[in-house]
Each structure stands twice: as structure tokens, then as C-alpha cells.
Design a protein around this ligand. Structure first.
Ligand SMILES: [Zn+2]
Length: 267
């Protein structure tokens, strides 16, 4: 048992370039499990390869909500940074279906109404639904990314009866976050919670048995100009202990139990 990061991007080239150091620093901070989330087939492949040679890393395979409609977005003349020609969604979903047994979760997947133009929301949702039902059939937890589409994503998940769900980096209203938690879903709190009021409020407001730890590294670090790393989940656990007025050891136990309840194995 130990600390964990349910949402890392260790395959990001900035972290991959110093992989051994990043993992050593995580272990030194007490981190025992890092779930590296895939964004598209190429990234899922990289996540799978990393997990195969690194026991502390567990793979989540996904399709980033923007990548899910990227060929259509580019065809419409929208611009979005991408380093290779995006694959059609069907091919991306087939990849996840073919590899579902090898992952500990399906993620990240979700809805993004910020980058994706409204004309493509319906198509994006169809693809999201396909991935949700795939996860439900395989009985895998789902790691959700949403931006400006939290209510719709919650409606879809509720309508489909998905219950093994974690919301990564949830950034909408705190009150609605509580509604999500009361439905039995989990919310993972990133490492910048001490400085980001929304996350601090979530930590204070959510039922404590629905809280998980994440980093979204290399993004969302506690310090502005520092690359985020899994080691930073330790700071979030310490912050939770302060907010909750509980000894740190008790908070660690609680957070471990939450992880095990969702993922079905001890972190
Ligand atoms: Zn992510």
C-alpha cells in the first residue's frame, strides 16, 4: 500500500526524457502506483510499453475527447496542435477494444466542449458512449476528462448506468462535484490544490470516501514554472490532512481504501 497518482502522462516527451529520475523521485516520495493515461493509439502503445517494463506504472488506455473528433475538426479547417496525422475514431476505439484486457482502466475519455466546435458534439458523444459501453462490458473503471461539458458527461454516464468512474481534474461548480460524488463516482484532486481555490474547496466539500489523488503531469504542477511529476501527490495528501484535521497516516489509509474500492487492487 502507498500513495498513488491515478492520472499521469509519463509518455509525454518531457517526462519520458527523464523517466528514471521521475520514477525514482516518485518512489522516494512514497508513491507505489502511477496510472499513466493514454490519449490515442500511438500514446496507448507507449503507455503499454512503459507499463510492461516498469511495475510501478499501470496502463489506462483511452481516446482524448479532442482526438476523438480530430480528423473531422481538421477537415473543417479548425486548428489544434498535433504531432502526427490523427487516425479515424473507429480505428482508435478498435485499438482500445483489442487491448482492453491489458489495462487497469479506460481513460482518458470524455467530452470537451471547449476545443471541439458545437457541430461535432453529437459525434463526440457517440464515440464517448462507445468507449463507456466497452469499459462497462469489460468491467473496467473509467477515467473521465471533461471541459465545459460536465453536466452532459454526467447525464450520459448516469443514463448508461456507469458506476465505476473517476473524474480527473474536475473544474466545474463545487456543488455539482458533490452531486457527482453522491452518485458514487470518484473525483481525483490534482497537485496544485493548495493554490487552486476550486480544488481546495472540492477537497473540503466532497465526501472523503470519494476523493483520489492525481497529478495530470506534466501539466498542473504546484509551482508555475516547474514540470509536474507523480511525486507531487504527497503534497496533496498533506494538504488534505490539514484541511480535514486528520493525521497524515489516517488520510493515506483513507485514500488507499478509495483507490482499492474503485480499481479493485491495492495501490
Ligand atoms: Zn490527462
Amino acid at each position: 500500500m502507498g500513495l498513488y497518482d491515478v492520472h499521469a502522462h509519463l509518455t509525454d516527451r518531457r517526462l519520458a526524457a527523464m523517466e528514471a529520475d521521475v520514477l525514482a523521485r516518485a518512489e522516494a516520495a512514497g508513491v507505489t502506483t502511477i496510472i499513466s493515461n493514454g490519449l490515442n493509439p500511438a500514446d496507448n502503445e507507449a503507455v503499454a510499453a512503459l507499463a510492461a517494463r516498469t511495475p510501478i506504472v499501470k496502463p489506462a488506455f483511452g481516446l482524448y475527447p479532442v482526438d476523438a473528433v480530430l480528423p473531422e475538426m481538421l477537415a473543417m479547417g479548425e486548428s489544434y496542435p498535433h504531432d502526427r496525422e490523427p487516425l479515424p475514431a473507429e480505428q482508435c476505439i478498435d485499438w482500445v477494444r483489442d487491448h482492453v484486457d491489458a489495462c487497469v482502466a479506460i481513460g482518458e475519455i470524455g467530452l470537451d466542449h471547449y476545443w471541439v466546435p458545437a457541430e461535432l458534439w453529437e459525434l463526440q458523444e457517440q464515440r464517448f458512449r462507445e468507449l463507456v459501453s466497452l469499459a462497462m462490458e469489460a468491467d473496467k473503471p473509467i477515467i473521465i476528462h471533461t471541459r465545459k461539458a460536465e453536466r452532459r458527461a454526467f447525464e450520459v454516464l448516469t443514463e448508461m448506468g456507469a458506476t465505476r468512474v473517476n473524474w480527473h481534474c474536475y473544474s466545474s461548480k463545487v456543488k455539482f462535484g458533490r452531486t457527482i460524488a453522491e452518485a458514487g463516482h470518484y473525483l481525483s484532486i490534482p497537485a496544485n490544490a493548495r493554490k487552486a481555490q476550486n480544488f481546495a474547496q472540492l477537497l473540503q466539500t466532497l465526501p472523503r470516501d470519494r476523493v483520489l489523488l492525481e497529478t495530470d503531469c506534466p501539466y498542473l504542477g504546484p509551482e508555475r514554472d516547474e514540470l509536474n511529476e507523480p511525486k507531487n501527490v504527497a503534497g496533496t495528501a498533506a494538504f488534505a490532512a490539514e484541511l480535514w484535521g486528520e493525521p497524515e497516516a489516517q488520510v493515506h489509509e483513507r485514500l488507499e481504501a478509495n483507490f482499492e474500492a474503485l480499481f479493485g487492487f491495492a495501490p
